[in-house]
Design a protein. Structure first.
Length: 385
């Protein structure tokens, strides 16, 4: 589940953000936002949901998706106006089980009105649809305030702004949150009728960019005589195709991740086997006398890094001949061999070749007294090809 709108989760409380435009390519997607709220209904660790709003508004249909999801939440789902909740943003704010606003916040309500010039160019069905939206907005605001519908219609027709205290007094919110900061002077200096500010705020209405129905039909490659229902069906197909493509891409990404995870597991297992083989090879080389025991750690690291090269090096090193150690009884110090260095009646460890060269009489004694030992040491010094 894509939880892109979740800002924070702590102590059983999830915070979601409706910041910026609602709807559109770059704004908060109403359907996806609703999916997040519905998903949280089934999470045992979630006990409360808080939707924080700072939005100039946007697409009414996206706002209604969010509104319905908040209202339908089985868990407490509260709304907080962090800064501005205008137009569609105000509708979302009205949905909270408990509705709050920061003391410097502002609420704005208006209708999706069009200028006379734009209205003349629109299809009659589009105009009817916009009028229905206005009536719907009036109903929702009436149900969530202390005003009659006639008063609400007057407010939205005039595009009305409310301070936090005014919103509380009119019943649009249930509580004003004290931030211990005084922003009154700043907001009072704002001229909400100013053309520059209106240009920003009135993005909520969308009517400045509403294309003619004829343009929509041309874009979709439809005959100009088709009904609005045909246009809506064509648009739905495009949206569904986009959703299907996104789902297919997600499925492919999940399959790729599963393959990568399986490969990572296999690589770990292979490395463990290779490391064990390298360690065993080093231990055997040390037993054969090719290396000293104190070299084991560094040799193991080299073997793990490249076992093939390490094996080649080991094969190039001849296995040392066994040394004659504690095997010959010389009957005391009187028979010490000059080259053999007999100590306490026993020959200090030397190779067969060293004794053969420097003290052959010692080997002669060994041959008489311990012929089997003599043969073993001889074979170690002169192994058969």
């Amino acid at each position: 589940m894509n939880l892109q709108y979740v800002e924070n989760f702590a102590d059983g409380k999830v915070v979601l953000l409706v910041y910026g435009a609602i709807g559109g390519d770059e704004g908060v997607n109403g359907a996806r936002f609703a999916e997040v709220i519905n998903y949280l209904q089934h999470e045992p660790a979630v006990h409360e949901i808080e939707v924080r709003i700072n939005s100039h508004g946007g697409v009414v249909l996206d706002a209604l998706n969010i509104f319905n999801a908040i209202r339908g939440s089985k868990k407490p789902c509260n709304t907080v106006i962090d800064g501005i909740a205008a137009s569609s943003g105000g509708l979302v704010a009205m949905a909270g089980h408990k509705r709050m606003i920061n003391d410097f916040g502002r609420l704005m309500v208006h209708a999706p009105q069009l200028s006379d010039k734009v209205r003349v160019d629109l299809d009659e069905n589009v105009i009817k649809m916009l009028d229905q939206f206005q009536d719907l907005i009036a109903d929702l605001l009436t149900a969530n305030s202390r005003h009659e519908k006639a008063q609400i219609n007057a407010m939205i027709s005039a595009e009305t702004w409310f301070t936090a205290d005014q919103a509380l007094a009119d019943g649009f919110v249930d509580e004003v949150l004290n931030t211990d900061r005084d922003f009154t002077e700043i907001f009072n200096e704002l001229d909400l009728a100013n053309a520059d500010l209106a240009l920003v705020v009135n993005q909520i209405s969308n009517h400045k960019n509403v294309p003619k129905m004829e343009t929509i039909k041309n874009t979709l490659g439809l005959d100009s005589s088709v009904s609005e229902q045909v246009v809506n069906t064509a648009i739905s197909k495009i949206v569904n195709a986009k959703d299907d493509a996104e789902k297919a891409l997600l499925k492919e990404q999940n399959a790729h991740k599963a393959t990568k995870d399986a490969l990572d597991v296999a690589n770990v297992a292979t490395k463990e086997v290779n490391d064990a083989a390298a360690t065993a090879y080093v231990e055997n080389a040390i037993k054969d006398g090719k290396f000293k025991p104190e070299q084991k750690e560094i040799l193991t690291a080299q073997a793990i890094e490249n076992l093939g090269d390490f094996k080649a090096i080991c094969k190039s090193i001849a296995t040392p001949a066994k040394r004659i150690t504690d095997t010959i009884d010389t009957e005391g110090d009187a028979k010490k061999a000059k080259a053999g260095e007999v100590v306490n009646g026993k020959l200090d460890g030397k190779t067969f070749r060293e004794i053969e060269k420097d003290a052959p009489q010692v080997l002669a004694q060994l041959l008489v007294n311990e012929p089997t030992k003599h043969a073993e040491l001889y074979a170690a010094q002169y192994p058969k090809a």
